[in-house]
Design a protein around this ligand. Structure first.
Ligand code: KG4
Ligand code: ZN
Length: 336
């Protein structure tokens, strides 16, 4: 099975041709355009600007990915598209383009939930993941807008176990980086700053819900704590705060993942979403997985943040075709 996949949920515009390979997916060709540089000036994504940029690049991106694949439209089995959650203006560009192509080329359309796709990034065959994760699996999804623990009985049968009660992990990184004047996106900016923090210095930041039985998380208090500390002492070392924010977020995520593995025995632990690029999180989950006796799966770095290949992988591994005129840019877990 070969699909042409489109991703345009936030500030990226991507297309990929993805093919099934056993119980995994391989990428035939991919192209990604991003308006992130423009948003840096504003300290966060400006939805109107993102959608206008997407209108400009969607066709060139599609042309490039088809050309690189060496395939013709008749070689494709379906068109896949990220149908939500995401920014509505951005979603409309991808979803309406995908509908038009499906109608014009007479192909089935596969709408894909963006978060489901982040998880299936672990099924993209490559040096990082030569084999597919085995079910049942526990997924930790950590992106800019979501933080969820999900139990995957099979590719199709998922159970949501817990998640953030307020800010997402990535959102917390973005907001803290902004308070510290470190730029956008916050995750990589904090990681960079933390490298030069004095290893002798410590500063304990809050880890709400850490010692409670719940699988829920909470990150909004961390942002407030950082804001108050900076207000009280503007000379505080931003690099040290960056290091401690990462420590606190990663600590909370790791503790709840460990608890979930105890309650829901799994064969694999899969990490998903933009925050999956964080090195400390990758390292600490390695220890948790080892201790629990499960195999850890980490997406290749370029498949952690938003990308079209994961949309294709999800469409191949969990195909749910519809007729093109039925798809709306509908968000969230309803699609799971
Ligand atoms: O999945 P993603 O690309 O977009 C959403 O679906 O939201 O995730 C973006 C989030 C941002 O909050 C960004 O700061 C965070 O992922 N992120 C990171 C790293 N790279 C991106 N967080 C921590 N460490 C990183 N290296
Ligand atoms: Zn994402």
């Amino acid at each position: 099975m070969k699909v042409l996949a489109i991703e345009s949920t936030c500030d990226e515009t991507g297309a990929a041709v993805v093919e099934s390979k056993g119980n995994q997916a391989t990428v035939v060709s991919e192209a990604l355009a991003s308006s992130a540089k423009i948003h840096q000036e504003y300290g966060g994504v400006v939805p109107e600007v993102a959608a206008r940029e997407q209108l400009k690049v969607i066709v060139p991106v599609l042309e490039s990915v088809l050309k690189d694949s060496g395939l013709n439209p008749e070689d494709l089995d379906a068109i896949a598209v990220a149908a939500g959650p995401g920014l509505i203006g951005s979603l409309l560009v991808g979803v309406e383009t995908a509908k038009s192509l499906a109608l014009a080329w007479d192909k089935p359309l596969i709408p894909v939930n963006h978060l489901v796709a982040h998880v299936f990034a672990n099924w993209i065959k490559g040096d990082a993941n030569p084999k597919a994760p085995e079910f049942p699996a526990l997924a930790l999804i950590v992106s800019g807008g979501h933080t969820d623990l999900v139990f995957l009985e099979t590719a199709d049968n998922w159970q949501w176990l817990g998640g953030t009660r307020d800010d997402a992990a990535g959102e917390c990184f973005d907001k803290c980086a902004r308070i510290l004047g470190l730029g956008y996106p916050g995750g990589p900016a904090l990681e960079q700053a933390a490298l030069t923090a004095n290893p002798q210095h410590r500063l304990e930041l809050p880890r709400p819900l850490k010692h409670e039985e719940t699988l829920d998380l909470s990150f909004s208090g961390l942002k407030s704590a950082v804001s108050q500390l900076v207000k009280a002492d503007p000379s505080l070392d931003a690099n040290l705060l960056a290091k401690e924010v990462i420590e606190a977020v990663v600590d909370s995520l790791v503790v709840k993942t460990d608890l979930a593995l105890k309650q829901y025995p799994a064969k694999s632990l899969v990490l998903a979403g933009g925050v999956a690029a964080n090195q400390l999180l990758r390292d600490r989950l390695g220890l948790v997985a080892k201790h629990a006796g499960v195999s850890l799966f980490l997406p290749e770095l370029k498949y952690c943040t938003d990308n079209p290949a994961m949309i294709g992988a999800a469409a191949i591994l969990r195909p749910r075709p519809v007729t093109p005129l039925m798809v709306s840019a509908q968000p969230t877990w309803g699609v799971i």
